[in-house]
Design a protein around this ligand. Structure first.
Ligand code: 13P
Length: 340
């Protein structure tokens, strides 16, 4: 086992109030976002878009690690260098999404299970040789009538723990992502209840399968009401509920918790993370960080729109969101930052 190496990488990923940038959208997800803006869904444009991201000047001031998609690590920047090399040169640790996406869970209507454990050991060995130092696996839990079931929570937690153990064996830090979705009209209390159950089950499985907690990062959802719920709690209420749920479920040995944004607006994701840090930073056993995809990329993607001439403005927007989220890590974000 690579115990010390795992601990060191994990510490670096949450050091200095920086956070993670998720730029690992799968083909269907990336294509869907491009299609919405009328951007052609080609490998070349996905490459161009991701080159725009990694060449943003100053990104490393706020971003400690970037999660890539398998397609990207086999592509090159226009100057011929690899994405892994460019990130390393900037002092941004390269990571990789290794799950194979979600499929309908047999016998469980409305629920999903994440695939990708087959051959994972060999893929991880290859990734480690290529210089990738951490990995991500996303499990999805849906709230609805009669769901989630125990079966779905257990199966997903089991897969997350198997993935995490394999990552640590290969010397890659696992980012363990059990995402309770925001879709639906459920209340914040229901999100709390389900997330609490999911996180208990996940840490139980991580323990059973011998995952070293000091060498992993948890990537959870915040505790929020469903997007279609009539009652939308305040930023303070979301921050309090989220920290309460995490205190009940996440062992103190875990160095960092890096939230997904899950469809929150970029400003709201920053504001909620900020409030958690204003209220609780230095009183918690773990760092409260970010591993946002949409909440960092969305404004930049809108501006870029597939056009080279828009790159400088898009990079400015990306840099700005990264800076806002680093400020939120320190409890120093405020809405004035959005007006600049
Ligand atoms: P969002 O922040 O857009 O939810 O993406 C994070 C992520 O990596 C999902 O797996």
């Amino acid at each position: 086992m690579h115990l010390q190496e795992l601990i060191n990488t994990t510490k670096l990923l949450v050091a200095d109030n920086k956070g993670l940038l998720a730029m690992d959208e799968s083909y269907p997800t990336c294509n869907k976002r491009f299609a919405k803006l009328g951007i052609p869904q080609t490998a070349e444009l996905r490459r161009d878009y991701r080159e725009m991201i990694v060449t943003t000047a100053g990104l490393n001031e706020s971003i400690s690690g970037a999660i890539l998609f398998n397609e990207t690590i086999h592509q090159q920047l226009k100057d011929g260098s690899s994405f892994i090399k460019v990130l390393n040169n900037k002092g941004i640790i390269p990571g990789i999404k290794v799950d194979g996406g979600t499929v309908a869970m047999a016998g469980h209507p409305g629920e999903k299970i994440t695939e990708g454990l087959d051959n994972l050991r060999y893929r991880l060995e290859e990734y480690a040789k290529m210089g990738l130092r951490f990995a991500k696996w996303r499990a999805v839990i849906t709230i609805g009538k009669g769901i989630p079931t125990q079966a779905c929570i257990q199966a997903n937690a089991h897969a997350l723990a198997r993935y995490a153990a394999l990552c640590q064996e290969a010397g890659l830090v696992p980012i363990v992502e059990p995402e309770v979705l925001m879709d639906g009209d459920h209340t914040m209390e229901r999100c709390f209840e389900v997330t609490e159950q999911v996180l208990h089950t996940v840490f139980n499985q991580l323990y059973k399968q011998g995952v070293m907690l000091e060498g992993m990062i948890l990537k959870p959802n915040m505790i929020v009401p469903g997007l279609a719920c009539k009652k939308q709690e305040s930023i303070d209420e979301v921050a309090n509920a989220t920290v309460k749920c995490l205190l009940r479920t996440v062992p103190a040995a875990v160095p960092g918790i890096a939230f997904l944004s899950g469809g929150q607006s970029p400003e709201l994701a920053s504001a909620r993370l900020n409030t958690m840090n204003v209220r609780f930073k230095n009183k918690l056993p773990w760092e409260l960080s970010f591993s946002f995809g949409r909440a960092i990329q969305e404004p930049a993607l809108d501006i870029w729109h597939g056009k080279e001439k828009n790159i400088p403005a898009a990079q400015k927007a990306l840099y700005h969101r990264a800076v806002c989220n680093r400020a939120a890590r320190q409890g120093e974000y405020n809405i004035e930052m959005e007006r600049k």
